[in-house]
Structure formats: structure tokens, C-alpha cells
Ligand binder design. Sequence first.
Ligand SMILES: [Zn+2]
Length: 334
Amino acid sequence: MSCFLLPKGLCNRIEKVVCSFWWGSTGTKRKMHWTAKENLFKSKHYGGLGFKTLRDFNMAMLAKQVWCFHTEPTSLISRCFKAKYYPNSDVLHATTGNNPSYSWRSIQNSIWVITKGSCWRIGDGNSVDIWKDSWIPSYKDFKVMSKRQDNQAVTKVKDLINFNECCWDNESLEGQFLNIDKDKIQQIPLVNTSIPDMLMWMQEPNGLYSVKSGYRAIKQWQTNNNHHPSTSYADNPIWKKKKKIWSLHTIPRHKTLLWRILHNSLPVRSEFSKRGIHCYNLCPRCHSKMETLTHIFLTCPNSCKVWFGSSLSLNFSNIPNPDFREWLYDTILN
Ligand SMILES: [Zn+2]
């Protein structure tokens, strides 16, 4: 997986096998999948179970090769790939080229991960293209907003630096950029203009790429694309509460049970009826009400006894229209 991009169909098939295994299917017996596959494969940060999507993990592993080619250009493998596929550019701007091997096509396919998630730290400004590269750390996409005009001669960041005083050359900045760009550029500190520029992976505090942070970034970008910009993690209290399950002081089996309760994915009889499976749907303990999540865990007389007899001495009889999931959100996960 770190050298070849697996076909989408194969990834989907493997993920289906993972799901079937998790729901308890065996070779001969198929079990019901009680919640959508997306919920299992969503990050725990966004209320999922945190299974890795193979295609994205594959991409994060391939991006590691791009990062190694970029940071270790003198290694034998980097020199071989450069000589064959991108002799006149660097790996970040490499194209597929003619007659590429499957391995190179796979690696070339993942270059976007590094370019999207990285930003240049300016040293001598020699390697960074002002208009194409990512070098403004305070912008989301790290690129200047101003558009290049046809008559502009400056292309590299070095053209904007006053090397004698180790600061930005205000004259060069004047008239070339929008005011907002100019302010952002002037905020970038120039510490040492005699060292080469360095690419920093912005998803890790140390600036170095790792497969784990690469995968996390890919999932984050996908979530941002799928949700309205205003629906950030901070604005979504349900995601925050679901994430708290994993930090509770209890055994993993209980955490998984809580997660399944919150996703309404336990095999209770009311759910069987909803899925068209006809069976006796009253609670097998008290035989008085339909077996629902709330009935099993809150309102069944047997459950009431357990709650009241516990060290918490809880009494739910005076709560009008109780809902077990609401109660979990309001008490345990609040
Ligand atoms: Zn009951």
C-alpha cells in the first residue's frame, strides 16, 4: 500500500468484508448491518467509529513517499525516480510523464496531499514561486489572493526580500499585491535569509509529514467539503458529545455499546418491525410495552429497579416522555 494505489473496487470490497466481520457475519451466516457503513468509517472526532477508509489510508502512505523524495533528494531511490520521471522539476511539480510505471503513477497521484497540506517556510526565497506555491501560513490554502499581472517581472519570493536588512522590501511589495496580501506577507518573519526555503507539513507541530497526520488531514478536507462551511466541529455539539464516549473510564465493550445506542443500532424488537421483520415486539421481561431502547434501559419495571437499587438511586418515573439517548447526551456525555 505504500508503493501502489489499490483500485477503488478492491478497497470497497475489503471495507465490506471489514463491516461484515464487525457485525458478526461468518462465511455461512449473514448478520444485519444496523447502521450505515459511513458511520463506522467516520473519524471518532466526527462521531464515527474511526475505521480507516482504505483508499484514503493508501493515499496517505503514498504521500509519505512524495515527502521522502522531497526531503531526501540524494537518496538512491529519489535520484532514480527524478532521473526517470521529473529530471527538470522537483517532485511537487512532477507530471506523470511518458510511459510511467504503475508505482510512479501511484506516487504521482498523491502529490496533491503534500502540496495541499504544506506551506513553505521562507529562507532565501529561491525555491518558492510567489503566485503558484503555498507560502502564506495565515491563509487557509497558504496561497496569495492577488492575481499575477502579465507585465510583472517578479516570480520568486527572493524578489521581495531586502537581503541587506533581512526584511521584506516594501517597494517591491507596493502595487503588486492586494492590501490584505501585503499585510499577511509583512507578518511573515524573516529569520535567516541565507538558508534555503523549507517545506513544512502544517498538520503536525514539528512540520514533518507522518502517515497518521496525512490520513487525518485527508479526512478533515473531505468533511469540510461535505458540510456547509459554517458547520465546523466547534459548532456541532453532537459530534463533541459522541467523541466523549471514547474518554469515559470504562471497558471498551461498554464504549462500543454506548456508541451503538447513540446510533440506534442495537437489535431491539421495535427496530426489527421497522425493517419489515415481523416478530413478537413486546418486551420479553414485562410483556406490557413495545421493546424499544428507552424501554429496555429506562422505563421497563425491571430496569427501574436496577437504577433505583444502584449506588446512583435514580428514579425515572417522574420524567415525562423519557428518551434514553437524550438522557445519555444530557447526563453522561454532557
Ligand atoms: Zn419491559
